[in-house]
Design a protein around this ligand. Structure first.
Ligand code: KG4
Ligand code: ZN
Length: 342
């Protein structure tokens, strides 16, 4: 089965062709960073318009690179939620129209299930059940995966998502957008031990997160440095490194807790923040406890069409498909509402 995947939930247009026999045949991502950077964050209407502009040429380019013609596609999978309403509408309308015109089924995919299953593209034999840490710009969740579509939420954020904390902290340090990669790059030049930021919620039982207080701690420390004339490049790098270390320590401790609580023998991390090198290296250390750790290649951590094609293929190969031609999107959509794939 050959599936075209279309991702338009936020600020990346992602397209891929995935084959059940040959794996990923081609994928392309168009990032909207330049469109939103001057505003310091994603502007939903501009995101929708950019998807309209780039979807068609990116589909053409990906199809050509895949060596598969449109007529040879068996299905179109697209992100139907959660995400920005307008952006989701653009992708869903395009996907369903294309599927209708080439007479094949379409299937709406849950964006977070795309992230959740992305590590399986390269590690198909990961033992079930496994724990997944989903850390993106909009989500921070620990999920027990008992089967495809059988997800138990072990913990979530009470305020900011991990990526959001990176983005907001970068903003207050005037590093620009998107914050995650910029904080990570600056942290390489800093001392992670200079500032003793809290590891939020680690002194309480459970797997929930809270990151907004951490951002405030960075702000207070930055103000303090500014007043004493020490908010120089080294000061900012030390703040970035200490902040990153606090977030990563917290995430790793909660992963450890989730593994203990569930007896799962494997851990996957996924979502934009899972491209963070310190986080990747730190979770890898859990392998010493006999846990198998997997994460996607960095290009499949942030939003992309391959994960949507792959998640779609997984469900389509079990006979699932959209019931009608109606265009339905789910800007808010809990993972727990997904049907189990048996
Ligand atoms: O999954 P994603 O591409 O989009 C959403 O679905 O949200 O995640 C984007 C988030 C942003 O908050 C971005 O700052 C963060 O992932 N991010 C990172 C890194 N690369 C991207 N955070 C920390 N370190 C990174 N290297
Ligand atoms: Zn995402």
């Amino acid at each position: 089965m050959r599936v075209l995947g279309i991702e338009t939930s936020c600020d990346e247009t992602g397209i891929a062709v995935y084959s059940s026999e040959e794996g990923l045949l081609a994928h392309r991502v168009h990032s909207q960073i330049d469109v939103h950077a001057i505003y310091g964050g994603v502007v939903p209407e501009l995101a929708s318009r950019d998807h309209v502009r780039y979807l068609r040429p990116l589909v053409d380019e990906t199809i050509e690179a895949s060596g598969v013609s449109l007529a040879e596609l068996d299905a179109v999978a697209y992100t139907t939620g959660p995400g920005l309403l307008g952006a989701l509408l653009v992708g869903s309308t395009f996907a369903k129209t294309l599927a209708f015109s080439i007479n094949c089924p379409a299937l709406g995919v849950h964006h977070m299930e795309g992230h959740l299953l992305a590590p399986l593209m390269e590690n198909p034999d990961l033992p079930l059940p496994f724990v997944a840490l989903l850390v993106s710009g909009g989500h921070s969740q620990l999920v027990l995966v008992r089967a495809i579509g059988d997800y138990v939420l072990l913990g979530t954020t009470l305020d900011d998502a991990a990526g959001e904390a990176f983005d907001k902290t970068a903003k207050l340090l005037e590093l620009g957008y998107p914050g995650g990669p910029r904080i990570a790059a600056l942290a390489d030049l800093g001392d992670p031990k200079r500032f003793a930021f809290a590891r939020p919620m680690t002194d309480r039982p459970g797997c929930d997160f809270s990151f907004s207080g951490l951002k405030t701690q960075v702000l207070m420390e930055a103000r303090h440095l500014f007043k004493s004339g020490n908010l120089d490049e080294q000061g900012k790098a030390d703040l970035a490194a200490s902040f990153q270390q606090a977030v990563v320590d917290t995430l790793v401790l909660k992963c450890q807790r989730a593994l203990e609580r569930t007896d799962a023998k494997a851990l996957v991390i996924s979502g934009g923040v899972s491209s963070n090198q310190l986080l990747r290296a730190s979770v890898k250390s859990l392998e010493l406890d006999g846990v198998q750790v997997a994460y996607p290649a960095p290009e499949f951590c942030t939003d992309n069409g391959a994960m949507i094609a792959f998640a779609g293929l997984t469900r389509l190969s079990h006979g699932q498909k959209d019931a009608s031609l109606a265009i339905t999107i789910r800007p808010r959509w809990p993972l727990s509402e997904l049907p189990r794939v048996s």
